[in-house]
Design a protein around this ligand. Structure first.
Ligand code: FES
Length: 115
């Protein structure tokens, strides 16, 4: 009988909450990602149950904005669309949204300069 082995490419791996963190050469987590740090700075979460979803959704948003920067007046709507499917029962979302907006504005190349 022929045994089948499942193959996963690195792109197929699920990204856990540790995924965005900075690692050393040995692969050990040594620091938070900018998204995680911003959520901490803004006190975005309390129990943390929802945090992995918000971190990953924000990572996806940042990747998208690197490819397709937006105008400054589109930031709120873009963040709302990116995070709207995530539920937080503790903080009422605003701190997550404010943290993401702060990060988007602080990261070069995500918002188009309007001349
Ligand atoms: S921090 Fe508790 S559900 Fe969001």
């Amino acid at each position: 009988m022929h045994q089948r082995r499942a193959f996963l490419r690195w792109q197929d791996r699920a990204r856990t909450i540790e995924g965005p963190a900075k690692r050393n050469e040995q692969g050990e987590v040594i620091d938070m990602s900018p998204v995680q740090r911003k959520f901490l700075e803004h006190f975005s979460f309390q129990c943390g149950y929802c945090t992995p979803g918000f971190v990953n959704a924000t990572m996806v948003l940042l990747d998208k904005l690197k490819r397709e920067p937006i105008a400054k007046d589109q930031i709120e709507a873009t963040i709302m669309a990116a995070l709207n499917d995530h539920i937080c029962r503790c903080t009422g979302y605003m701190r997550y949204y404010e943290a993401v907006k702060d990060l988007v504005l602080a990261t070069p190349g995500l918002v188009k300069d309007v001349a």
